[in-house]
Design a protein around this ligand. Structure first.
Ligand code: G6P
Length: 615
């Protein structure tokens, strides 16, 4: 994880780099640092803490004059978060500076060899080893910086997006990637380097996304030169015009990105189905799927892989695909899938779900599935991401940038997209009646409006949050389609409020969790009118008789649960398959308000990062 940003040009780099780091803080935020070059000296300022701490400290440590800069916001892997372990790291001569997102796995052996050659290390990081390896190769083999970086990278094992600067060659920055994202912003007489395009969007719309195993020499007054790290082959740079705009990556008046993103869901879902859901024509058009329909029709089963919230979206999709298209579905954590010698054949379709498109475990699982002959379909949000490129085909969710670390709109747009896929397949294999097919098409189009209605519950949910903000535990229960919603509700609360929460299928309560229930245990029960309603009512009775506090999410107009529950949250009625899309909204708001009331950092919860590019 970690975010990297760099600048070389005529402007003052400090402001650009610091602002860029703030936009990349979602990638990690336990320490931050900056290197500035003023034409003479490399000046470095680093600190444990957030970019705001760096900003507060920088002027007391260095003068911020300089037109070359490298910055880093860290999610620690090697070495605890402290000032010394923060990036940038300098080589022993003090000439080279590096920023790095990733892990160098064989750093220990290299470090020992370098120590024997007289190198000394200040930090515990793998990155300081890499910059000294580059320096050692540069000096001893008398190579230019670019070549030395290339030789060094061929000796290391691991993952990286790096930027290296040499003060003896101040008109260039060398960058390289393997497994971690890296974008180069191409301006007029200036270049930007970043983990994603958000740090440079107000300066240029032109970006080059490096591919894995590529490196580039970014030199002032020259076009970017890209080469393959392994064999030095030249690659023609592809300059892409970005669709991103500044509004999308700013808070737009909301106190937190998470709240903004919760409120964006009606529009985000509309963007997901725009041009795909053609209700008038009774059609779903998804070119990524249409082009490979035979693969889907011939599939013996679908395997869905993902991590975190994306895995929960996969669980909802399991119900949808099996219900509509009558095809067996297995849902797996990508991290387990890749390490358990799974049985995969060419008759399998694997759907990989990932907001960022960069999650290392999901990426590795995709490679494994491909190597075994499966057809792999990507469901990603970030356009051009590694998973989008690695899969055979796929569809984007078009949710727009999601910056809050706790995933919200990514989840509901993933479910929307997977629903479109299931309906498309059901239409093609004839397993859903015409009537049901049209009914679902029409209702899906109404979902954004119903989410607008659900968002009106905000005040009510803030009130409930105030009552339960000091709870130590929470239980979330749901059945069928809403079991994954219970898991997601519990995950959201854990992630941002640090309250211990568990999600369970409601019927499983009696096999264990019921032992936890007493008057101090709030239990969120998802009890829509459709799907196992009576059974859930029995579960509610069981909680009530043990004095648990019941917060029930019900269908508008419900009276039965109302008479039993301590609090009810009424969401609009919809078809059973779409209840997750509506029931998720109040649970997102509940965790948001509780976390705010507990004084937690909602957008950047402790120990987490949005994009997990390490195993
Ligand atoms: C991290 C994030 C989660 C996310 C998961 C999968 O753990 O904190 O919010 O659900 O990664 O990320 P992806 O980008 O693959 O959906």
């Amino acid at each position: 994880m970690c975010g990297i940003v760099g600048y070389i040009g005529n402007r003052q780099a400090a402001e650009i780099v610091l602002k860029g780091l703030k936009r990349l803080e979602y990638r990690g935020y336990d320490s931050a640092g900056i290197m500035l070059f003023d034409g003479e000296k490399l000046k470095v300022s680093k600190t444990k803490g957030k970019v705001a701490d760096l900003e507060a400290k920088i002027n007391s440590q260095i003068t911020t004059h300089g037109t070359v800069g490298l910055g880093h916001t860290r999610w620690a892997t090697h070495g605890i978060p402290n000032d010394v372990n923060s990036h940038p790291h300098l080589s022993n001569s003090g000439n080279l500076a590096i920023i790095h997102n990733g892990i160098i796995e064989n750093y220990d052996a290299i470090k020992k060899a370098l120590i024997k050659r007289g190198y000394v290390f200040k930090s515990d990081t793998d990155t300081e080893v890499l910059v000294n390896l580059i320096e050692d190769i540069k000096i001893n083999q008398n190579l230019k910086l670019g070549k030395a970086v290339q030789v060094a990278l061929n000796q290391v094992v691991g993952a990286y997006a790096i930027a290296v600067f040499d003060k003896t060659k101040p008109d260039e920055i060398i960058v390289a990637r393997l497994g971690s994202p890296l974008a180069i912003g191409v301006g007029k007489g200036e270049f930007f380097i970043a983990s994603d395009a958000s740090p440079f969007i107000e300066y240029t719309n032109n970006a080059i996304y490096l591919e894995d195993e590529e490196m580039a020499i970014v030199r002032l007054g020259r076009e970017v030169r890209i080469r393959k790290i392994e064999d030095d082959t030249m690659v023609t740079p592809y300059i892409q015009e970005l669709q991103l705009n500044l509004d999308q990556i700013e808070k737009g008046g909301y106190p937190h990105f998470m709240l903004k993103e919760i409120y964006e869901q009606p529009n985000a879902i509309t963007d997901t189905y725009r041009g795909r859901l053609l209700v008038d024509q009774g059609l779903i058009k998804m070119s990524g799927m249409d082009d490979h329909m035979q693969k889907f029709l011939n599939a013996k089963r679908i395997i869905i892989i993902g991590c975190g919230t994306s895995w929960h979206a996969g669980l909802v999709a399991e119900y949808i695909f099996e219900d509509f298209a009558r095809i067996p579905v297995e849902v797996e954590y990508a991290s387990e899938f890749r390490y358990r010698n799974p049985v995969i054949t060419k008759d399998d379709v694997v759907i990989a779900i990932s907001q960022s498109g960069e999650t290392a475990d999901t990426l590795a699982a995709i490679k494994l599935a491909k190597a075994n002959g499966a057809f792999v379909y990507g469901v990603c949000n970030v356009v051009g991401s590694s998973i989008a490129r690695e899969t055979h085909s796929g569809s984007y969710t078009h949710a727009g940038p999601e910056i809050g670390v706790a995933s919200t709109k990514a989840f509901t747009t993933q479910i929307t997209l997977l629903t479109l896929m299931a309906l498309r397949l059901a239409k093609a294999n004839g397993n859903l009646s015409e009537k049901d097919y049209y009914l679902h098409l029409q209702e899906l189009e109404r979902i954004p409006g119903k989410i607008e209605q659900a968002l009106l519950l905000n005040e009510h949910i803030a009130g409930l949050s105030n009552i339960y903000k000091s709870a130590s535990n929470f239980l979330y229960l749901g059945r069928g389609y809403n079991f994954p919603v219970a898991l997601e509700g519990a995950l959201k609360l854990k992630e941002i409020s640090y309250i211990h929460a568990e999600g369970y299928p409601a019927a499983e309560m009696k096999h264990g969790p019921i032992a936890l229930i007493d008057e101090h245990m709030p239990v969120v029960v998802i009890a829509p009118k459709q799907g196992h309603y009576d059974k859930v009512i029995s579960n509610i009775q069981e909680i009530k008789s043990r004095k648990g506090k019941i917060i029930a999410v019900v269908t508008e107009g419900d009276t039965q649960v109302k008479s039993l529950a301590d609090h009810i949250i009424e969401v609009p009625e919809t078809l059973e398959a779409f209840t997750p899309l509506l029931n998720t909204i109040p649970l997102q708001l509940l965790s948001y308000h509780i976390a705010v009331m507990r004084g937690c950092n909602v957008d950047q919860p402790r120990n987490l990062a949005k994009s997990v590019t390490v195993e």
